[in-house]
Design a protein around this ligand. Sequence first.
Ligand code: MD3
Ligand code: FE
Length: 182
Amino acid sequence: MLAEVRAGMAAAPPFRPEMPRTGKPFSVWMTNFGPLGWVSDRTGGYRYQPAHPVTGEPWPPIPEAILAVWREVARYRHDPEACLVNLYGPGARMGLHQDRDEETFDAPVVSISLGDRARFRLGGTERKDPTASFWLDSGDVLVLEGAARLAFHGIDRVVPDSSTLCPDLGRVNLTLRRVTRP
Ligand code: MD3
Ligand code: FE
């Protein structure tokens, strides 16, 4: 799977998204596979689009090894349209947020973690709800469905050099999503 991710990254180089309005850069670098990819910049905000924001090329297809995980664990008839690749180098984190840029929340979200371990925080559907923290280790797969699909979540920190899988990349998270209604 990692070899397929590396091949995709060669075709669709990681870019650094920006916060809407402020233009503040994310600490996480990203790229995407599949017909639609998630991007964000100061003027356009959070959105899905069919092409890479820097190269203008279509995103590479979602690798088979990744699709196989979705088909095994997502209790959903259709394949995902977006595979967001999140790359966590030293000090990268992701603040508490909901995933709600998709047209449908009926499909689950499936997340695959590779490389360094991360402290993951999961709350409820309101920002004020209490949260619980878990470790996400290389090879861990999460399926978020039902009420959990709209739960607040984030990555507080990544433990450097805690995995030998891909020292050059640190932590890689693959998030599979359905964007449109089938
Ligand atoms: C809980 N990524 O890309 S994956 C994201 O590790 C994102 O890179 C994190 O949150 C990461 O949006 C967390 C686990 C995850 C993914 C989607 C969820 C947890 C979720 C959607 C709803 C609730
Ligand atoms: Fe998220």
